[in-house]
Design a protein around this ligand. Structure first.
Ligand code: NAD
Length: 260
């Protein structure tokens, strides 16, 4: 059994979050799978992880756009497993539009889910981690936490914000054996990226293949999508003992995008 035994991964029924839940379970950690949909498939996903890796899992519904539900997610996880040793803030959404046309409700939702949710889960997890004598917080930011792209004002703002939150939390908890770091993925072909292709086609007046080649992979010098397994491996490393002195920083997994 791994030393840090219980991990909560927000937005973990799909894409990067699901891969992180599976990778932490493969390490022998109990995992809390979260989404806001509470479907039979969501519960089945948590059950499948338990069966495959021989760990305990729980599906906990929480809408990460709602502060009280973010905090309740952490509290329920602690009730279920006795602790929250690893917190991965992964839930995120995207919307692509020029600033002057950006829908106000989309701006508010992106800031709430991609940034404020992490503030709430972290605030709820800190007392538990302090009591347990340590912990790991991993925030899934983005290359867009370091650089901007047009038509993504809310996303870029939220992701730059979570980089600031990561550093602040790291400084506040540095003496508590709790680390807080971010992972900055480049483009990973998940449902989130699939969903923005039509909007990018509209915004850039391009067809699908041209958007993938000239807007998305154009940014990545390797010209390849990052895989969810590569992001999960970075998260596993940041949660390991070897990463105890990595604090308040980020790990870019972006094919060289932000080296330019
Ligand atoms: P995804 O759409 O596959 O997964 C997003 C997850 O967030 C889903 O499980 C979804 O249910 C959950 N979610 C969305 N709104 C929620 C809410 N209100 N409450 C609870 N859960 C909610 O997308 P993904 O690509 O796996 O994205 C995961 C994270 O990685 C996001 O924070 C995203 O910004 C970040 N990221 C993704 C890429 C990429 O290229 N895919 C690149 C950089 C960063």
């Amino acid at each position: 059994m791994a030393a840090r035994k219980t991990a909560v991964i927000t937005g973990s029924t799909s894409g990067i979050g699901l891969a992180i839940a599976q990778a932490l379970a493969a390490e022998g950690r109990n995992v809390v799978v979260n989404s806001f949909s509470d479907t039979t498939a969501d519960h089945a996903m948590a059950d499948a992880i338990a069966k495959q890796y021989g760990v305990k899992t729980a599906y906990i519904k929480a809408d990460m756009s709602k502060p009280a539900e973010c905090r309740a997610l952490v509290a329920k996880a602690a009730e279920t497993f006795g602790s929250v040793d690893i917190l991965v803030n992964n839930a995120g959404i995207q919307h692509v539009a020029p600033v002057e046309e950006f829908p106000i409700e989309k701006w508010d939702a992106i800031i709430a889910i991609n940034l404020s949710s992490a503030f709430h889960t972290i605030a709820a997890a800190i007392p538990l981690m302090k009591n347990a004598g340590g912990g790991r917080i991993v925030n899934i930011a983005s290359a867009h936490g370091l650089v901007a792209s047009p038509f993504k004002s809310a996303y870029v703002s939220a992701k730059h914000g979570i980089m600031g939150l990561t550093k602040t939390v790291a400084l506040e908890l540095a003496r508590e054996k709790i680390t807080c770091n971010a992972i900055c993925p480049g483009y990973v072909l998940t449902p989130l990226v699939e969903a923005q292709i039509p909007d990018q086609m509209k915004a850039h007046q391009m067809d699908r293949e041209t958007v993938i080649r000239e807007v998305m992979l154009d940014k990545q010098p390797t010209k390849e999508f990052v895989t969810v397994e590569q992001i999960a491996a970075a998260a596993v490393f940041l949660c390991s003992d070897a990463a105890a002195q990595i604090n308040g920083t980020h790990l870019s997994v972006d094919g060289g995008w932000t080296a330019a």
